[in-house]
Design a protein around this ligand. Structure first.
Ligand code: NA7
Length: 537
């Protein structure tokens, strides 16, 4: 425990040592400011520190999912696979941290419990669960978008005699399911990635599905040295292009045709080509998949046919193919062998939409229809996304106003970066920014750069405070909502909408127009002297 009386004065307190916190600390040091990172885990890595379940893998290609801020990183690092698995992503985070000697300003196994703005001093008073106390001019939340695991509220879990796990808090030593009867609850990305590997070990695997999610094959494979070398030479150029990418869902002109513009044969051919490429690129087959229901139906129908062609038992196939929301409006999953896993005689699928789980029992669980016995239960039930980690802390701005109160009806921010009434508090990839709809590394670098440039701007002008104005925030919130409503996203009960958490306000949280349009807006705002922000001493 820290000395209860000692308050440490620093320029910036950074919460979280995932990819955002690592780079933020690097930039703060570059600016010559004192910064300290507080991290709940025992190491760096964020998402890739916690999500160690079998099959955990990034759904963005490794060659794109890396930092660009220092070219030597990508020159020195060699990705092994097209889609990196969690252990490699964690090693990458450690590599970058150690390459720049960042650990000395990081404190692990410590959670920030509160951050209170002091009206008299203009500083943030930050406290941790280890008794630390910091006084920081700037408080920077690098807390991640999917970092608060969510457990279902079934009764009886405490009496379960087997072992249970949440995919987002997986034991570091791994879990051996060999010979066990295993349940997996949840069929989002985490379920879909882990089920094929758990099935390889388990004696019996029962998958409890409430909502089917469609998955596109990853076609994961080893990268060749030639591919890596070519990427190293092209990387910075490709990244600059990606930074200004405008997705079709933005409503702007798209290079891709519209789905109903072409005949059935040509449409299927195109879907097949995108299926063969694999992964999230499938959403780009046509320019209107996320804005036009009829177009979306054609994309979903193609996947449905694939499911029926892979899964032998027609009832199981029908259950897996029964997705009832527009394709991609819940994050599309990227899989390796998911559908084929249901052809194993040891794997079965239970529809808990029809017969919900009522209780966990000492021996297993009971649905409205049946009783099951298990040695282990895996909850792949997701996260309190985008706002969960921020609201888990007691954050108070001017006059003691709490962020929980401010966001009672849903998150409100300017650019997803700042909240009016909370001076010098920044949220990296916060709600209202492209974040989870983008390659997170691109969004993280852009936010960190924006914040660092802003702090430098303040310092050069002998200013010390930056705060979103309520007017700019109001306009931004409306703009985000307006753009979201032009897409199909609000139709799904997704974590983008807060709909996976009981009682959470239903607000479409990410900025939908993509990183390119967003970046241009941010650049223009900075060039205009941080328009929409009030700057003061
Ligand atoms: P997701 O995508 O939120 O998936 C959670 C899954 O768990 C989903 O199928 C849920 O069904 C199901 N779930 C949640 N609560 C329950 C209860 N109480 N009973 C039964 N089933 C439940 O989380 P993931 O971890 O898979 O993925 C999160 C993101 O990480 C992903 O989008 C990628 O970006 C990486 P529901 O749909 O709510 O009916």
């Amino acid at each position: 425990m820290a000395d209860q009386d000692a308050t440490r004065d620093i320029d910036a307190l950074i919460v979280g040592a995932g990819f955002a916190g690592i780079y933020m600390l690097y930039r703060m040091r570059e600016l010559g400011m004192t910064a300290h990172v507080v991290e709940a885990g025992s190491d760096v890595g964020g998402t890739w520190y916690w999500n160690r379940y079998p099959g955990a893998r990034c759904d963005i290609e490794s060659l794109a999912y890396q930092y660009s801020f220092a070219d030597e990183i990508q020159r020195e690092w060699n990705w092994s696979e097209r889609y990196a698995a969690q252990p490699e992503l964690l090693r990458y985070a450690q590599f970058v941290t150690d390459r720049f000697g960042l650990r000395s300003d990081m404190q692990f196994n410590t959670r920030v419990t509160s951050a209170h703005y002091q009206d008299d001093t203009g500083r943030w008073d930050v406290q941790t669960d280890q008794g630390d106390r910091f006084s920081a001019r700037y408080c920077i939340m690098a807390t991640g978008c999917l970092s608060v695991p969510r457990m279902p509220s079934y009764p009886g879990l405490e009496d379960f005699e087997g072992d249970w796990y949440h995919t987002g808090e997986w034991p570091h030593e791994g879990v051996d399911f060999t010979g066990l009867r295993v349940a997996v609850v949840g069929t989002g990305s985490s379920g879909i990635q882990s089920i094929p590997l758990i099935a390889e070990q388990a004696a019996l695997l029962t998958v409890f599905q409430r909502t089917p999610n469609f998955a596109i094959p990853a076609h994961n494979r080893e990268l060749t040295q030639d591919e890596r070398d070519r990427n190293k030479d092209a990387f910075q150029r490709l990244r600059r292009e990606a930074e200004y990418f405008i997705p079709a869902r933005s409503g702007g002109p798209s290079a891709a045709p519209r789905a109903l513009e072409v005949d059935d044969g040509a449409r299927d051919e195109r879907y097949q080509a995108f299926w063969d490429m694999g992964g999230l690129m499938y959403m780009g087959a046509f320019g209107d998949i996320l804005v036009d229901q009829a177009a979306n139906d054609t994309a979903a129908e193609f996947v449905r046919r694939k499911i029926f062609s892979i899964v032998q038992d027609p009832e199981t196939a029908a259950l897996l193919a029964a997705q009832d929301f527009p394709l991609g409006t819940k994050r599309l999953c990227v899989d390796t062998g998911y559908y084929d896993t249901f052809n194993r005689p040891t794997v079965s699928l239970v529809n808990i939409r029809e017969h919900p789980i009522e209780t966990i029992t000492p021996a297993g669980l009971r649905t409205a229809a049946e009783e099951y016995e298990f040695d282990a239960i895996v909850f792949a039930t997701g996260f309190d996304a985008m706002t969960g980690a921020l609201l888990a802390m007691d954050i108070r701005g001017r006059e003691g106003v709490s962020l929980r109160d401010e966001w009672r009806d849903g998150p409100r921010s300017y650019l997803g970066l700042q909240v009016a009434g909370f001076p010098n508090l920044f949220t990296i990839t916060g709600p209202g920014s492209p974040s989870v709809l983008s390659n997170m590394l691109i969004s993280i670098e852009q936010h960190v750069d924006f914040i660092s440039d802003c702090l430098e701007y303040l310092r050069e002008r002998d200013l010390g405070t930056v705060e979103a104005t309520p007017e700019a925030q109001g306009r931004w919130v409306e703009h985000c909502r307006d753009l979201g409503e032009r897409t199909l996203y609000p139709q799904a009960k997704s974590w983008y909408m807060g709909a996976n958490i009981e009682g959470k306000p239903r607000v479409f949280m990410p900025y939908v127009a993509g990183v390119g349009i967003y970046r241009k807006k941010c650049d223009a705002i900075a060039t205009a002297g941080y328009e929409g922000f009030a700057l003061s001493r």
